[in-house]
Design a protein around this ligand. Structure first.
Ligand code: C5P
Length: 438
């Protein structure tokens, strides 16, 4: 990183203290570092310590007239090769995504045309909130690059999940990657040999036009396919057979997988939930449509079948509304395709990890173990959906995690937490399988 100029925007979070080490390591690598601190950041580390390590003036306030005369926000961003935002708090990400410019840090971030690397750090619940998901998806679409957050214990006691600031070496590695790439893109676009053999200088590609890396995270670079919600099986044009699935668990898994850096395809039956930001969402109604959409979305590294697919559909669905005819009527049902079993037994395009759900009202674990075998899944997440458990439509879940190696009873937790545990295990499983194959 010799001669590279880094502008470090320090956000106001407990992880801000790690910036002191980041500054030292960046300088060890030969970079020069200038720091801008938000007002909140100065509550966590002092500008004095930051300035001592950067060996430069620290910039904290947009309305410092002296600084505006000396060096304005435009110059601050112009005189940098890369802007690192660390810790990128939920608030700072929201400001960046919304284009706010009400303090020096946000003004620089709005004014800059330099590459921006954000290292988020926040409470895992904040990282998973729809607002943050939307902001991150927007910023990725805008070309902002991300490193982390990592998964692990938080500063608050008893809190863990995705939200820890990436480690300093990871931030350095991501910075180097962007700087090398920027250099390459500039070089490719500047020096184009013409037919006369001389060098023509093209307008340099704006660094923000560089395609975003896959977001980092435990599932970065993976494709996770999730089914969710119920299916509607038509009886006639106005009536259908359905079930009480809300789609909350499947949607939570899609959201968490995206938050863990995966490319996510969510195939969902009719639900009232919003589409999780960052996921490609395919809306279907029937089991047959769901199977078709799932098959078209393969290959995937992980497939999670959380949908409550109707086991049967009416044998015939007339095009006209059925009329009362003054008597009883029987409805003939035929079996639907089993999507999970079809994908789990597909020899060529079987995902490396196939996860099924089992919703039962009794003998939950025994049925789940049977299902693991009969359907060919790797794992089954089993739960009791008897009405007294309040799982259907509720926000929490009590599940048993069933694998070929045995069963684990997970304590009651929110559907978001079930999703996090499950996706962490999936990431770990893929990592171990990859290491074993090397
Ligand atoms: O057989 P049962 O419906 O209990 O199995 C549940 C599991 O199988 C769930 O993972 C569900 O998404 C999946 N399934 C499926 N296609 C079906 C029926 C169930 O993918 N037709």
């Amino acid at each position: 990183m010799k001669q590279q100029r880094i502008l470090l925007v320090i956000g106001g979070g407990i992880a801000a203290y790690k910036c002191l080490d980041l500054i030292r390591r960046l300088r060890d690598e030969g970079a020069s570092v200038r720091a801008v601190m938000t007002r909140a950041a100065t509550q966590f580390v002092t500008p004095l310590s930051v300035g001592a390590l950067t060996n430069e003036k620290v910039f904290t306030d947009l309305f410092d007239l002296d600084d505006e005369r000396e060096i304005g926000h435009i110059r601050l961003s112009r005189e940098a090769d890369l802007i690192i935002v660390a810790p990128a708090t939920a608030d700072l990400l929201a400001k960046m995504a919304g284009g706010h410019a009400d303090d020096l840090a946000s003004t620089i971030l709005l004014a800059t045309d330099k590459p921006v690397l954000a290292a988020p750090a926040m409470n895992p619940r904040m990282w998973l909130k729809p607002a943050t998901r939307r902001n991150v998806a927007q910023l990725e679409a805008d070309g902002v690059r991300f490193v982390g957050p990592n998964v692990g214990a938080m500063a608050e006691r008893d809190e863990s999940g995705a939200g820890r600031l990436a480690e300093v070496p990871e931030i350095i590695a991501a910075s180097k990657e962007i700087l090398n790439e920027t250099h390459r893109v500039y070089a490719e676009h500047r020096e184009i040999p013409t037919s006369e053999g001389d060098i023509r200088v093209e307008g340099a590609a704006a660094p923000h036009a560089i395609p975003a890396l896959h977001a980092s995270g435990p599932l970065a670079g993976r494709h996770v396919l999730v089914t969710s919600g119920p299916t509607y099986e038509p009886i006639d044009p106005v009536r259908y057979i359905a079930n009480r699935s809300s789609g909350k668990q499947g949607h939570a898994i899609a959201k968490v997988a995206a938050a863990f850096g995966a490319r996510v395809t969510l195939v969902t039956g009719p639900v009232v939930l919003p589409d999780p930001p960052g996921a490609r969402v395919v809306h279907v109604e029937t089991a047959a449509e769901m199977l078709h959409a799932v098959e078209r979305s393969l290959p995937a590294d992980v497939a999670v079948f959380a949908a409550a697919v109707a086991d049967w559909r009416p044998a015939i669905a007339p095009r006209q509304k059925m009329k009362k005819s003054g008597g009883d009527r029987a409805l003939e049902l035929v079996e639907n395709p089993d999507i999970l079993a079809t994908v789990a037994n597909a020899s060529a395009r079987r995902p490396a990890l196939v996860i099924g759900f089992a919703a039962e009202t009794g003998d939950v674990i025994a049925y789940a173990a049977l299902k693991l075998q009969s359907k060919g899944a790797d794992w089954i997440v089993a739960n009791n959906v008897s009405p007294e458990w309040g799982v259907l439509g509720g926000d929490s879940n009590t599940v048993h995690f069933v694998t070929g190696g045995g069963t684990q009873d997970w304590p009651p937790m929110s559907k978001d937490e079930v999703a996090q545990r499950l996706m962490l295990r999936a990431a770990e499983h893929l990592r171990r399988t990859a290491t074993a194959a090397e």
